[in-house]
Design a protein around this ligand. Sequence first.
Ligand code: ATP
Ligand code: MG
Length: 426
Amino acid sequence: MSKPIQAIRGMNDCLPAETAQWQQVEAIIRQTVASYGYSEIRFPIVEFTDLFKRSVGEVTDIVEKEMYTFEDRNGDSLSLRPEGTAVCVRAANQGALLYNQQQRLWYMGPMFRHERPQKGRYRQFHQFGVESYGFESADMDAEVIILSARLWKAFGITEHVRLEINSLGSNEARADYSAALVEYLKEHEAQLDEDSKRRLTTNPLRILDSKNPDVQAVLTDAPKLSEHLDQESIEHFEQLKQRLDAAGIEYVVNEKLVRGLDYYNRTVFEWITESLGSQGTVLAGGRYDGLVEQLGGKATPAVGFAMGIERFVLLLQTLNILTEPTSTADVYIVAAGQGTELKAVEIAEMLRDSAPEIRVVTHSGGGNFKKQMKRADKVGAAVALILGEQELENQQVNIKFLRQQAEQETISWSDIAERVRSAIAE
Ligand code: ATP
Ligand code: MG
């Protein structure tokens, strides 16, 4: 036998039992975004590489090392999308949704990054995200955070996540701070690691969230981002905090929170859990007022977030919050005897016509009565409808209750839907 072909490392299958858990998560997500008036947007998985270079940033980890980039048959450089924000801006702008308008959008789907696969970090993963366009004030920063908090509430995990927020200020304030930080760090360059030295010239703010304790030690006396914020951003940040207070959402201000993408200004935030080890950021986002213009649209303020669905599902599994599916059918139709098989198919279709919400499985593949009943039990059906030659002649079926103590009954075909409905409601 030849060796079976395996999936690509870091790209996972979602088998039926786990898919059922994802569906529980997706259902709550859909319900939550709808309850805030957000509309779903769908966009391609492949885009021109330039889109990500011009938005996420050329010297970010994502663009430098993590993108799946290839040349297509026309010689264009294309990339599998590593994130949704830039694509959403591209799509909303192209679809004329932005200029002089307000939009509340959401999306969900696979993203691709060539990272080292480990628990909570994959090469194909999924994000659910929201993006709001045309809102400048901090109400909207608060709204998307409040929306995310409602997801935790819906699953009862509020106590297992914490919110960190920060303000990066205006682009000028950020550049001003960046220069001050570089000046300070250059004086202490000998104590920096290779990564941080490289970032001194490419992406200095990222040094702030270095995991290296020696680098963190140097940072203790570094200039503070908050000391370089512009007045308007300070006020914007104050308004955000007031709104979170009013909504009863707890947060800590983490002055070193900077995020790894270039497009953020003012608010940045992350929801973090301690229950998943080092891959603890479940949801992250912020304001990106400059991005639309940077990608060729008319200047439009914007704020949003993305949640890693795998990490969220992992968290819910760890906390035992998702239920395992126990059955794939409510009704199993057993046909034993001359001519019964064809009628069974007809009865099943009739039942689906009058009761589309009921899951009906007809036995397939032959076998005696006992074998068929075994299958009925295996799929977790609540009742078996049994059609034998006698029943066929009388236009009846036997209904056997598989999950409750009740005598088998004989009912006529026209009563099946009603009887099955009441049986599975019990
Ligand atoms: P990290 O610091 O963990 O690498 P990030 O800053 O790269 O995260 P974002 O680009 O902001 O993350 O993406 C938002 C969310 O998407 C993350 O908080 C995380 O939940 C999820 N995510 C990001 N990369 C991966 C990945 N490779 N596998 C699974 N989930 C991911
Ligand atoms: Mg990352």
